[in-house]
Design a protein around this ligand. Sequence first.
Ligand code: NAD
Length: 487
Amino acid sequence: MPTLLQQPLRLLIDGQWVGCASGATMDVINPSTGEVLAQEALGGAADIHQAVQAARRALESGPWARMRPAERTRLLLKLADALDQHGDELALLETLNTGKPLKVARLFDVGHAAECLRYNAGWATKLNGETRAVSLPGDWHAFTLREPVGVVGLIVPWNVPLAMAVSKIAPALAAGCTVVLKPAELTPLTALRLGELIVAVGFPPGVVNIVTGLGTEAGQALVAHPGVDKVSFTGSTAVGKAILASAAGNLKRVALELGGKSPVFIFPDADLDRAIDAAARGIFSNTGQVCAAGSRLFVHRSVAERVVEGVARRALQLRVAPGLEADAEIGPVISARQRERVMAYVASGRAEGAEVVAGGEAIDGAGYFIQPTVMVNTTPAMKVVREEIFGPVLCVQQFDDDSLEQLAARGNDTDFGLSSSIWTRDLRTAHQMVRRLKAGNVRVNAAAALDFAMPFGGYKQSGWGRENGREGVEAYTELKSVAIDLN
Ligand code: NAD
């Protein structure tokens, strides 16, 4: 049993592990079994205030404020190595807390987090301003400076807890910011173990603070705190909108990575075996709890039968089991509440006339398991097609002689705009669809293409801003224009 689970869970504030001011706790549940794993401290406004003050002190005085960029690089690389060294333990904690297969947690969640640290570590020494050729009368030296935006509040969801926390911490620290992280209340474990490693590798006190607790209390307090300069939030669109309102008090900068309802288009000339495999993985991986999940499948009528049959077969073959079982391919959804939510969507799809051709039922037992589900005969007005389900439910629609204009419009007929994928061997079709789709990320003939060099984020109600790449790290900076009159 990981040592983290043998002690009361605490908050990390100013380099110290402390209890929360109220003493309130909440059970942390294993979604594969319904069993209690630990007691989480429910931080609130008082704890957030302490954490923000510690982050402010670390930002403005002390070793972090004086640290050269190359030293920040070295610390981030040390943290990446620490994640690798403790990879098995971190993966075990992630699997216990989310139910996802252990090998996925080890390779993807922990591996991704370590690589994200390495990618962003390099940016610490490459965040430059530039000289500008100004046309003012006289003789000028004009240039820009990039400075850390300041104290940043980071709020993350429960679907990929460690990797998501690191995807915000790494660029924020590379840019020289200090942070207060609020993990999702359902999944605090890996964030807290990460906090231990952050202390162990030598980040100065107050640079990273971690306050666990409810979104409506700790999260809300962080977003509204006047000492926070920026909030970076990943989660639902509804909470993203609430965050915007709360952040208005001091006009703090806001970055939002929100929900999606991403389309997948399969044209008749596609490599159908690969497309089928990717369509299934795109909706069933992580039990469908992926913001960029390909949840709306548009398939050409001439190949619809083969594609639907292929995806449905994969849905039926997938081994749905607790993540600790060696052959588990997909785990449970995160909570009993999430299972009810997903099942209510399936029921609404049936009631509105969709046909379930695979799955469609919750799996009896203590854990929160759901059969991977494929629904056909879905139409644009159905709730299952309009709303993000965040579960393993694919909605299939067909197209026939639609023009690419019409087809793209069908794909764009959503409030979201996070991701999309196109399966065709025809270059013209691919490029014309790429240009027409209103989505932050488009993949062509590819199942997944997450790379830290590529900006990630949404159009429309899928968010504000981009993570990853130069844009992702520059998002943690302010730009200062300097003009010096040389006369
Ligand atoms: P959620 O919005 O309910 O919660 C996300 C986080 O916000 C949690 O830490 C929660 O405690 C906190 N929170 C809740 N209410 C808050 C408030 N009023 N003020 C401040 N913080 C608050 O989302 P979830 O159910 O945990 O996660 C699922 C959602 O996340 C889905 O919509 C999914 O699409 C989205 N998501 C998006 C991305 C992306 O990169 N675009 C990635 C993963 C998940």
